[in-house]
Design a protein around this ligand. Structure first.
Ligand code: BGC
Length: 753
């Protein structure tokens, strides 16, 4: 009985301590009032300072400077260091040597896993499996918290429709509805409903706002966007993360309609605080406050005042707040109350994380050893890799039969570094499993490297100083090519594993041409001449232009960079031990000239018509993409019946059911992602030709059928009108249910309030 009682008490305590100030946590308010009443202006400003600190694999390298600042109470947290030892050492300085003993935040870019690496976020989103995505974030939180971190700079929820932008790899693709679902899942996974738990980390939704719409796909570039587009198509995922309780938010590098986000009051105060009621911490991006000088917003003093007044609470790396704010307050250019608000938010985050009670959060080497890369996390990594792979083409050559003579070729067939992709700083690529290693566990196949990742010296010189690790082979490119072609002639099937070096994705990695690299294309062209069936396995961080490959390859499997267990997962999919079940979350264009291209475009007054000259189209290519949003093949064939509706009229406060029957017509078990789209046929503003409003993943045995029903309510028909009111308008709607955004399987209903 006693045991049961104490368990109940513990649960109640945890529940109570997870309340935040929004729920009226008077205790927290009292604690912080008391603490702040003892703080000097300098100490308050110190909390707003977030320096980076170097890390070395043999142990923490502490910059003397940062250590001293911690001791002087001039640092709210640090980032770019992990390991229990680093955290324990630095936290001890804050707790034992500073006047007020305020614990530190420990941040890091945990983007798709901490040490067990999962597929890059774009790949993970292609699973359309929010439970899986939540589990990967949870696993990352377990590892990161065991490694001394309490803050992760994730999820990145920027809607991205320009594959030239290297950072498309970091988000969930082009769609606001799916992006919102992924944002929620990730916040839930990281924070686990209670920041106070030692196994939770505070999430940081980024980059607010609209970073993904950088002009010309060039990183850090300008964004200019109508408010209607912003509210309907780009802002929902940030809002979803906030509604899910995300503890912090990062302002983006870009300007939004002329004003850099870092000092954009309309974004950071009017929208974020007033409209959305966000209570958490706003941190700048890396040196973004200093960069306001380059944006032409003023000198050091001026940009510091602009940023704090606009609502950026914490200064990542610039140290402008630390050096400028004291004088600005004394000169009356920044009110001390503004500093107080920012400082309070940071202290609240620390309070919610439980740092004032337990600054070390149970971190120890033993815990890290138990948690990091545990068997269950590696299994999850493999599952996530399998579920994120998208079969783009298959003429029947896949799955491969083990009885065939198979040549594996391409520089990524036996590679480790690229498998874990970009933003995998804590990951150890040596621990990732290459495809070739996975294959060798069972038996040996033919192997020839075929080509280098690239022979482009200029590109190598750009990538290698940043951990690019592109090492040209000792053999000449001609020798590599001839060897592969010769072996291909004696093979039954060729599997070419090609793609981008990982450094071509992520930050500051925009491309103006998004095809396969020239030397890799040459390999494919020469292999094609042998007449052997070719399976192209891709590893890359963005949509590529693959028109030639689509015409000439027998199968194309998009694997992204699928993480620590990539090789095992790819092997299972190639040989049919697992089904490829990913579906694209970003459109693959035919060529770079089509960009930006996305499925939810607005109709023009002159929609594409091949027989009419004066219509909206290209002379040299169709308007349609090569592979649309939502697309992906299975090893089996699915059929979706016409859509039936429970009613053709939807009333205010009413709902109707839209139903299809999904049938597995093939001979293998498989999983389909059934997608619901709507089109608002008339509105007070022009509305997209299709918008995703629901999806469901369904696994069926051969010949099995299942009815899939979606509930349509007025809520899902809402949008922001020209006055930015979130509303639903009377009128006719099309409703589509299919297996990609290209579906024409539709029916219609009327909304009559
Ligand atoms: C990136 C952020 C990242 C930050 C800290 C910046 O350059 O834009 O996404 O969280 O660095 O590493």
């Amino acid at each position: 009985m006693k045991k049961i009682l104490s368990a109940t008490v513990v649960i109640c305590l945890i529940f109570a301590s997870c309340k935040n100030s929004k729920d009226g946590n008077a205790e927290m308010d009292r604690f912080i009032d008391d603490l702040m009443s003892k703080m000097t202006l300098e100490e308050k400003i110190g909390q707003l300072n977030l320096p980076t600190i170097g890390f070395d694999i043999t142990g923490p390298v502490l910059s003397k400077d940062v250590e001293q600042k911690i001791e002087e109470g001039l640092t709210g947290g640090v980032f770019n260091t992990f390991t229990p030892q680093a955290m324990l050492k630095l936290q001890e300085i804050a707790i034992t040597k500073t006047r007020l003993k305020i614990p530190l935040l420990f941040g890091y870019d945990v983007i798709h896993g901490h040490k067990t690496i999962f597929p890059i976020p774009l790949g993970l989103s292609a699973s359309w499996d929010t439970a899986l995505i939540r589990s990967t974030a949870r696993a990352a939180a377990l590892e990161a918290s065991a490694d001394g971190l309490n803050w992760v700079f994730s999820p990145m929820v920027d809607i991205a429709r320009d594959p030239r932008w290297g950072r498309v790899s970091e988000g969930a693709g082009e769609d606001a509805f799916l992006g919102s679902a992924v944002a929620r899942a990730m916040v839930e996974g990281y924070q686990d409903g209670c920041l106070r738990k030692n196994t939770s980390v505070m999430a940081c939704v980024k980059h607010f706002a609209l970073y993904g719409a950088a002009e010309a796909g060039r990183d850090y570039n300008t964004v200019d966007m109508s408010e209607v587009k912003m509210y309907n198509e780009y802002l929902p995922p940030y809002k979803a993360a906030i509604d899910a309780g995300v503890g912090s938010l990062m302002a983006s590098f870009n300007t939004v309609n002329g004003i850099p986000a870092t000092c954009n009051t309309r974004l950071l105060t009017d929208l974020l605080r007033r409209q959305w009621n966000f209570k958490g911490v706003v941190v700048s991006d890396y040196t973004a406050i200093a960069e306001l000088e380059n944006h032409g917003l003023g000198n050091r003093q001026e940009v510091s005042a602009l940023s704090i007044n606009a609502g950026t609470d914490m200064d990542m790396v610039s140290e402008y707040y630390l050096t400028q704010l004291p004088a600005l307050v004394r000169e009356g250019k920044v009110k001390e109350s503004v500093i107080d608000i920012a400082c309070r938010r940071i202290l609240e985050a620390k309070y919610k994380l439980g740092l004032f009670d337990d600054p070390y959060r149970g971190v120890s080497q033993e815990r890290a050893d138990k948690e990091i890369m545990s068997a269950d996390k590696l299994a999850l990594s493999k599952e996530a890799a399998i579920k994120s792979m998208v079969l783009l083409k298959n003429n029947g050559v896949l799955p491969l039969s083990k009885d065939k003579k198979i040549l594996f070729t391409g520089p990524l067939a036996d590679d480790h570094r690229n498998l874990i992709g970009n933003w995998s700083g804590a990951g150890d690529s040596k621990k990732s499993v290459s495809l070739w290693e996975a294959l060798l566990k069972e038996r040996t196949y033919m192997y020839a490297k075929g080509c280098n990742l690239t022979d482009d010296k200029t590109l190598i010189d750009k990538l290698n100083p940043h951990d690019g690790q592109i090492v040209p082979d000792d053999k000449t490119p001609q020798e590599l090519l001839q060897e592969a072609v010769k072996m291909a002639r004696s093979a039954d099937v060729v599997v070419a594993v090609l793609g981008e070096p990982f450094g071509m994705g992520g930050e500051a990695a925009s491309r103006s041409n998004i095809g396969l690299l020239e030397n890799q294309k040459t390999l494919l062209a020469e292999l094609k001449k042998t007449g052997k069936p070719i399976v192209l396995v891709l590893m890359n961080s963005r949509p590529l232009t693959l028109e030639w490959e689509d015409k000439n390859m027998d199968a194309i499997l998009e694997t992204w960079y699928s993480g620590t267990m990539a090789g095992e997962a790819i092997k299972d999919v190639l040989f049919g031990n697992a089904e490829p079940e990913g579906r694209l979350t970003i459109t693959f264009p035919r060529n770079t000239g089509q960009i930006p291209i996305y499925y939810s475009y607005l109709n023009t007054g002159r929609p594409d018509d091949e027989n009419q000259k004066y219509t909206s189209k290209y002379l040299d290519c169709p308007n349609t993409p090569l592979y649309p949003f939502g697309y992906g093949l299975s090893y089996t064939q699915f059929e979706i019946s016409p859509v039936t509706l429970s009613d053709t009229t939807l009333a205010e406060n009413g709902s109707l059911e839209a139903t299809v029957t999904l049938t597995n017509k093939g001979t293998r078990r498989g999983t389909e992602t059934v997608q619901l789209y709507i089109r608002d046929l008339t509105g007070s503003i022009s509305r997209p030709v299709k918008e995703l409003k629901g999806f469901e993943k369904v696994t069926l045995e051969p010949n099995e059928s299942r009815q899939i029903t979606f509930t349509v309510t007025p809520e899902i028909l809402k949008f922001y009108n020209a006055s930015l009111q979130y509303t639903v308008e009377q009128g006719d709607f099309n409703i589509y249910i299919g297996n990609s955004s290209a579906t024409e399987n539709k029916t219609a209903f009327t909304y009559k309030p």
